[in-house]
Write a new protein. Structure first.
Length: 255
């Protein structure tokens, strides 16, 4: 029903030649059945990396951002049309680093999501709370609010192209991972929220990824949880051997 997904987020890392070498290695990985591997590649490398991964083994590329307008006088920005024209059909939106450094709001993300869906993209929508929010026991409401504010005016049919990535900010790049129980608890909350808003069928078909210091050593335990359908992986996606181990950490086949 829903897919297992191992998504890498290369962020603003890797030289062009290192990126090509990593993609070449990953294009040879024997990806488990029912699993999608998605590489979040910096914009300048997308076309070439897309060619390297090809279509052979369920590995594809994603952009790390797109603009909310289709085209126009927006210097330095990249549109869904441009991405589409080089064969990119997935975009990561709402990463906490963009929310923080580019001040991307729920309202702006709502616009970006709609533009991307209208162009036929799959959207990996990121959400997640700060440590202060968790310590105040406000994390369920906070993450629920992010999802409601940006995704709850979508139509039912839009959800087939939505993947959620729950990424607690305190776990991103810190080496501190949410425990499998903490992650499962939030994923179940998110699935219930989607079910309440759009029905059980859509909720059950939506892949919900966990992100935040996923590594070969913890991926198996995280991915074994019922509502954790994979990971959005930063640091550990930059090394082919580590990411390959993460890709092979799925034990639950989802149909
Ligand atoms: C991320 O950037 O989305 C992320 C989860 O990073 P890391 O795996 O390095 O914590």
């Amino acid at each position: 029903m829903r897919k297992n997904i191992a998504a890498g987020n290369w962020k603003m890392n890797l030289s062009y030649s290192d990126a090509k070498a990593l993609a070449t290695d990953l294009s040879k990985v024997d990806v488990p059945a029912g699993t999608d591997v998605i590489l979040g590649v910096p914009h300048p490398y997308l076309a070439q990396i897309n060619e390297i991964v090809g279509t052979a083994n369920s590995v594809s590329v994603a952009a790390q951002n797109c603009h909310e307008k289709e085209k126009g006088a927006y210097t330095g920005e990249v549109s869904t049309g441009m991405l589409d024209s080089i064969g990119v059909k997935t975009v990561i939106l709402g990463h906490s680093e963009r929310r923080e450094y580019q001040k991307e709001s729920d309202a702006l993300l709502s616009e970006k999501v709609k533009v991307a869906l209208a162009a036929g993209f799959r959207v990996i929508f990121c959400c997640g709370e700060t440590l202060t929010t968790r310590e105040a026991a406000a994390h369920f409401d906070y993450v629920g609010g992010q999802i409601k504010n940006s995704l709850f005016d979508l139509k039912n049919e839009d959800w087939k192209n939505i993947v959620i990535a729950y990424e607690p900010i305190w776990a991103i790049g810190t080496g501190v991972t949410a425990s499998p129980e903490q992650a499962q608890e939030m994923h179940a909350h998110i699935r219930k929220l989607i079910s309440d808003g759009f029905g059980t069928e859509i909720a059950e078909a939506t892949s919900i990824l966990y992100g935040g210091s996923v590594k070969p050593a913890n991926a198996k335990e995280l991915f074994a949880k019922k509502d954790i359908d994979g990971g959005l992986v930063g640091g550990a996606s930059l090394k082919a051997a580590d990411f390959e181990q993460i890709i092979k950490s799925f034990q639950l086949a989802r149909k």
